[in-house]
Design a protein around this ligand. Structure first.
Ligand code: RTP
Ligand code: MG
Length: 155
């Protein structure tokens, strides 16, 4: 099933002198047959970062997560593809760094992740989350226009 998902490349991937990593990751995404539907680069305020990750507000890592996500520009993308949600998360790899060492060295987090928090990328985890997260960063985007992008792929 054709789906949209939200992809975020987190601050230490975007921040100079690592700009090359953004290009490298975008190339990898294109090679996996995703389309970039919309992209924007922005810097989150602390409150907005906290709101985005509010489901984690009781967790011990919430404060450092919010600090990290608001410490520099992030690169946000709506990606489209067959099973985009699962495929993008599988490209990202596991949240925990130690898991990438043994099971998923060849993933984006395996290659570029630094710690469990500074794990370089985000991907929506369900259709409902993808809708909410796309709307969070791209309120001007009409999610109902999804079929238009699907047609771009099939025609
Ligand atoms: P994401 O939401 O960013 O795509 O990551 P995820 O589903 O793989 O992981 P999730 O459990 O939703 O955690 C959200 C983000 O919180 C940071 N985190 N730090 N133990 C820690 O220090 C820890 N655990 C999670 C990561 O930045 C993670 O992506
Ligand atoms: Mg998550």
């Amino acid at each position: 099933m054709f789906q949209l998902t939200l992809c975020i490349l987190k601050p230490d991937i975007v921040r100079s002198p690592h700009l090359f990593n953004v290009r490298e990751i975008i190339t990898l995404i294109l090679k996996r047959q995703f389309i970039f539907v919309k992209s924007k680069r922005l810097q989150l305020r602390r409150e907005r970062a906290g709101e985005f990750y509010r489901e984690h507000q009781e967790k011990f890592f919430y404060s450092r997560l919010v600090h990290y996500m608001s410490c520099g520009p992030i690169s946000c993308h709506i990606l489209g593809r067959e099973n985009a949600i699962k495929e993008w998360r599988s490209m990202l790899g596991p949240t925990k760094v130690y898991k990438t060492i043994f099971e998923a060295e060849n993933t984006i987090r395996g290659q570029h992740g630094v710690t469990d928090t500074r794990n370089c990328g985000h991907g929506s985890d369900s259709v409902e989350t993808a809708q909410r997260e796309i709307n969070f960063f791209f309120p001007e985007f009409d999610i109902q226009s999804l079929s238009k992008y699907e047609n771009m792929l099939t025609n």
